[in-house]
Ligand binder design. Structure first.
Ligand code: ATP
Ligand code: MG
Length: 395
């Protein structure tokens, strides 16, 4: 009898990591355990076994709630609620009948197909025969069911392993990617828009820990605009764990730019200051890359020329995971991860303060640097950082 419920977690790309596979699997198991603990399921057991992760938990707990938590852990390819049996045909057959019986109570099932896999090659029966024999048990136990090998209502998977075998039917998709913490830390420039939360999420999905920086122009931008960014940051944190958000008032810098530089260059100078400040804060907080939601050609400050000039003022690599995506796909991703509704709340961003009427779309570095020489860049950067506020964003 199964005293506990089981979820089988498949590791996706982690499984391809060659020599580093145990490390990635261990990280993934740790992340799953951490996430379950935070959701109040700390007593669930999370164990790696032969390339899979087995989560065992109290039979009173709601399976789909645990599966939902696990599906948000980066590195998880898919999850299946499963039952365990002795690796003997009769035992597997008995469990398969019980499994199908339960399924028939939950949903309308008329046809099924058994698909068997034999991880233990010593097992004396080959996979097609296992499938056929288990199908026989089910047909005998549940007379209303029929086999349909082409379009069955239920695919019943039987995974025969050396010590135990597993029976399951549903596969709940995860996001794939790599476990958090396997790829350094990045500082995301987080605005209140649609793009930057998606950019942060995409880098976190590749295993990168996230920290954020947000710029405002208070009192031109409102406290509510900042609260909206905090709301977005919280949604991002629900995937990548709690993180720090550095909040900087960029207004004094904007005022100097407006006073000293040609109007058409305003945006590009503001963006270069954002990069400079972000780089300093990243260095001081052990982040190795900057992340932005920039996207080629989306707005005047994101033409190829503008991006080159923006990059030129920092040494740190700038990751732009959305660079070649279409807006419609970015929006679909934002909807999928749950940031879209918050992103479209209508609050102003510091970039819209002092917006030039005709921004230059093809800035030239030499001209921009002439304007730079009119500004005390180092002092402006240090003064802005000296006033930083740090907000702890809780997952
Ligand atoms: P988003 O939807 O992310 O706001 P956007 O299309 O509105 O993007 P911009 O406003 O030009 O584009 O900003 C480009 C990128 O610069 C953003 O994705 C973000 O990474 C960064 N950025 C813009 N405004 C801010 C801000 N106020 N604080 C921090 N980063 C910002
Ligand atoms: Mg924006």
């Amino acid at each position: 009898m199964n005293e506990e419920k089981i979820l089988i977690v498949r590791c996706g790309e982690v499984a391809l990591k060659g020599m580093n596979k145990p490390y990635f699997e261990r990280m993934l198991a740790e992340r799953i355990h951490k996430r379950l603990k935070a959701a109040g399921y700390g007593k669930a057991s999370v164990k790696r076994h032969e390339g899979l992760i087995f989560v065992r938990f109290d039979r009173e707990w709601e399976t789909m709630q645990l599966a939902g938590e696990i599906s948000k852990v980066f590195g998880v390819a898919s999850i299946s609620p499963a039952v365990e049996s002795e690796s003997k045909m009769e035992a597997i057959g008995t469990e398969a009948v019980k499994f199908m019986e339960r399924l028939c109570e939950e949903r309308c099932v008329r046809t099924f197909k058994v698909e068997a896999k034999r991880a233990d090659k010593q097992f004396p029966i080959k996979s097609p025969d296992i499938a056929r024999q288990i199908g026989g048990y089910v047909l005998k136990g549940l007379k209303v069911l029929k086999v349909d090998v082409h379009n069955p209502d239920v695919r019943l998977f039987v995974d025969v392993r050396h010590d135990k075998s597993y029976i399951y039917s549903d596969k709940i998709s995860g996001f794939g990617g790599l476990p958090l913490g396997t790829n350094g830390k990045g500082l995301v420039l987080l605005s209140g828009g649609i793009d930057s939360p998606v950019a942060a999420w995409m880098m976190a999905k590749r295993g990168m820990m996230i920290e954020a920086i947000h710029f405002h122009s208070y009192p031109y931008t409102s406290p509510r605009a900042q609260e909206k960014v905090e709301d977005l940051a919280k949604i991002v944190a629900s995937y990548c764990g709690s993180f720090k958000m550095h909040v900087i008032n960029i207004l004094p810098i904007q005022e100097q730019i407006v006073k000293n530089c040609p109007e058409a260059e305003t945006t590009i100078h503001v963006r270069r200051f954002m990069m400079r400040i972000a780089e300093k804060i990243a260095e001081r907080n052990s982040a190795m890359m900057l992340i932005t939601g920039e996207n080629l050609g989306q707005v005047a400050s994101q033409t190829a020329e503008a991006l080159v000039v923006t990059d030129n003022c920092v040494k740190m690599p700038v990751m732009r995971p959305l660079i070649a995506m279409d807006k419609i796909d970015i929006i679909a991703k934002a909807q999928e991860i749950g940031t879209f509704e918050t992103s479209i709340e209508p609050y102003e961003d510091c970039c819209t303060v002092f917006l030039p009427k005709h921004p230059t779309t093809k800035p030239q570095l030499d001209k921009i640097e002439i304007s730079d020489s009119k500004l005390d860049i180092d002092t402006l950067v240090e003064n802005a950082i000296a006033e930083e506020e740090i907000i702890n964003i809780r997952a």
